[in-house]
Design a protein around this ligand. Structure first.
Ligand code: GDD
Ligand code: MN
Length: 364
């Protein structure tokens, strides 16, 4: 019976799988542990590597998610797949110090803590190997994130922690957002009762093999997650993202229109048509990478996605104009008529594309 499940989210980490298991095994003598690797169908064959390892070590398991991406949601799934009373989350790349695991486990043994966080900021912790901008960004995000936290935590951005499984379950039921990569922040912000926590310092190491997946998009995901915690229960967060992208699209539309119509003297009809096409394509592309990052369409699906998106938005535009003109004819103020039309169009576009363009995969 495992007392401790070590959950490892992976994306293209084939070169780290066995080394991590070896180090975890060496760090945890006397504790019954298991390891659950949660892989999002990495192209480098990480899942196959884990299964191969699992064939020789029954303490190792693989959850392979196909058609989904996301660090937080992978961690949640791994933790929920555990039968152990205590679960840990650790990166696959050996940047987190597995030698901290026994101390974390000991700290949780008493009754007075729900979670122990491996922290890079408390005295003794370090962030060697990070460049200055990353350190600065991370510090800024940490400060911002303390605003949503119900606990006094130094390293809110840590991806290394140990927690009681029951506490995780409560958080998931209370509606964690599961978006993005800030799983710890998500747990703390969602927990119905404040999580009792302690931080233990450790030295953040350099990556063993492979490269980092957390690109610049994580800033956007972080922003969306914070918004979700404030507004998510009132307005679907994807709708907000979708509308923000729509606003950008309006800017693109006007820019193209200006260049074609005023700049090179095309007819208004041609200029307006071209601007609409460009803006629609822009909106589709940006929504695909930002709003629906976790269900991003790729390859040939981009084409059918773009078609259904354009079709939905064309109908949305008709509805927009129809409603606005109707209200205007009913003597509503012109600006209000226009805004009402835009809102109806936006809700329509959002609702229809959420169902037909970015279909939820059947497995999720
Ligand atoms: N399943 C899955 N799906 N795993 C993922 C995904 C994903 O979409 N994206 C990243 N991972 C895995 C990686 O394979 C790795 O094991 C771990 O998540 C962390 O990813 P890295 O790419 O190594 O992130 P990092 O080193 O830049 O970021 C670390 O530091 C941050 C501190 O700001 C991580 O520990 C973060 O959790 C932490 O917040
Ligand atoms: Mn890393």
């Amino acid at each position: 019976m495992p007392q401790l499940s070590v959950v490892v989210p992976t994306f293209n980490e084939a070169g780290n799988i066995a080394e991590l298991r070896n180090r975890v095994a060496a760090a945890l003598p006397g504790i019954d542990w298991e390891m659950i690797y949660v892989d999002d169908d990495s192209p480098d064959g990480t899942a196959a590597t884990v299964r191969e390892l699992a064939q020789g070590d029954s303490r190792v398991r693989c959850i392979q998610r196909i058609g989904r991406r996301g660090l937080s949601s992978a961690c949640i799934e791994g933790m929920l797949a555990s039968s152990a009373p205590v679960v840990a989350v650790i990166d696959a790349d050996l940047q987190h110090d597995e030698k901290l695991l026994p101390a974390m486990f000991d700290a949780l043994r008493g009754d007075d803590l729900d979670v122990v966080v491996g922290s890079r900021y408390t005295q003794g912790g370090s962030m060697d190997g990070w460049d200055r901008t990353r350190v600065a960004t991370s510090r800024f995000a940490t400060r911002l994130s303390r605003l949503v936290l119900k606990a006094d935590l130094q390293d809110t951005m840590s991806g290394f922690f140990m927690i009681r499984r029951a506490a995780v379950e409560r958080c998931v039921r209370a509606g964690m957002s599961g978006v993005g990569f800030k799983i710890l922040l998500d747990l703390f912000a969602t927990s119905p009762e404040p999580l009792r926590c302690r931080e233990l310092p450790y030295e953040f190491r350099n990556r063993f093999s492979g490269e980092s997946k957390l690109d610049t998009m994580v800033a956007w995901e972080f922003f969306i997650m914070l918004l979700d915690h404030y507004l998510g229960r009132v307005v679907p967060i994807r709708f907000i993202a979708f509308s923000l992208v729509g606003l950008l699209g309006l800017g693109v539309h006007l820019a193209v229109l200006a260049v074609l119509f005023r700049g090179i003297g095309a007819s208004f009809l041609i200029a307006q048509t071209a601007a609409t096409l460009v803006a629609m394509t822009f909106n589709f592309a940006v929504n695909n990478v930002l709003t629906y990052r976790d269900m991003q369409l790729r390859g040939w699906k981009l084409l059918s996605g773009w078609l259904s998106f354009s079709l939905a938005c064309s109908v949305g535009a008709l509805a927009n104009v129809g409603i606005a003109t109707y209200l205007f004819d009913q003597r509503a103020y012109w600006l209000l008529s226009a805004i009402a039309g835009v809102l109806v169009g936006a809700v329509w576009n959002y609702a229809v594309t959420a169902v037909y363009t970015w279909k939820k995969p059947k497995s999720g």
